[in-house]
Design a protein around this ligand. Structure first.
Ligand SMILES: Nc1ncnc2c1ncn2[C@@H]1O[C@H](COP(=O)(O)OP(=O)(O)O)[C@@H](O)[C@H]1O
Ligand SMILES: [Mg+2]
Length: 264
């Protein structure tokens, strides 16, 4: 059974997509069977993996509307060694189109049930909001949520809103949901602010913050326009080294946390 993680934070630009793409690529590189799920209408993860988002039909839009099964939506990327459920800008309409739908919060969870056995890791990228798409991601995330936090901005107000949503989803929709970990991104060692943010977030989420800190690194921001994860674009760069270490830290934590079975 795959471990299923949602990567969520309703603030845009904090490194969700960068984390999904590069963490997935390193997990795949270490021999894990990986599925990336792009649940953001901006489809940045889809583009960052080299696909033309405007050509993605069917996409996670058809998947959520029950118009296409996982097998029809899924794309294989042989070079990167991973699979993708791509997004398309049409997904923006799903929030409204699903309002009346039965089981609207469970659409992704159900779709992934069909395929979870085929993977070791399923990572879900989510949009910068706490709407129905993010709720679908959190409801499907039976092994928890990973929260990227940008070191350049004191985030505590936004984080308590996110924590509230996580608690609500846990109470009503997905009892297994918990915070698997918080990753600090875009760290700039030259600024006091970066250090302060890391300290504060560690205080706020004791024992949840990954030891590996992702530095601000130009290579990480260039790679998406080449449609390549960092291990294929600039494998020696500091950003690549950090994401490789993060993948190792996640794998080690998951191994301690119950062999091949999924957590808790
Ligand atoms: N560690 C980093 N160093 C430099 N640029 C980064 C880093 N992480 C993300 N970026 C860039 O910052 C922008 C926002 O990141 P992204 O992963 O798209 O955030 P989100 O998905 O949360 O909106 C993107 O242009 C991305 O390339
Ligand atoms: Mg994104």
């Amino acid at each position: 059974m795959a471990r299923i993680y949602a990567i969520a934070n309703q603030k845009g630009g904090v490194g969700k997509t960068t984390t999904v793409v590069n963490l997935s690529a390193y997990l795949a590189g270490s021999g894990r069977r990986v599925l990336v799920v792009d649940l953001d209408p901006q489809a940045n993860a889809t583009s960052a993996l080299g696909f033309d988002k405007n050509q993605m039909k069917p996409s996670t839009y058809e998947l959520l509307l029950d118009q296409a099964p996982v097998g029809d939506v899924r794309l294989r990327h042989d070079e990167f060694g991973l699979d993708l459920l791509p997004s398309h800008p049409a997904l923006a309409g799903a929030e409204i189109e699903l309002v009346q739908a039965i089981g609207r919060e469970y659409r992704l969870q159900r779709a992934l049930q069909e395929t979870a056995d085929e993977y070791d890791y399923i990572l879900i990228d989510s949009p910068p909001s706490l709407g129905l798409l993010t709720v679908n991601a959190l409801t499907a995330a039976r092994d928890g949520v990973l929260i990227p936090v940008q070191c350049e901005y004191l985030p505590l107000e936004g984080l308590s809103q996110l924590t509230k949503t996580i608690h609500l989803v846990q109470e009503y929709l997905n009892p297994a949901l918990h915070i698997r970990g918080v990753m600090m991104t875009m760290y700039d060692s030259r600024t006091n602010l970066s250090r302060q943010v890391v300290e504060e977030v560690r205080r706020h989420f004791p024992n949840k913050v990954f030891r590996t800190i992702i530095p601000r690194n130009i290579r990480l921001s260039e790679a998406p326009s080449f449609g390549r994860p960092i291990n294929f674009y600039a494998p020696q760069s500091p950003g690549a080294v950090a994401y490789r270490l993060l993948a190792t830290e996640l794998l080690n934590g998951d191994r301690r946390n119950g062999g091949g079975e999924h957590a808790e």
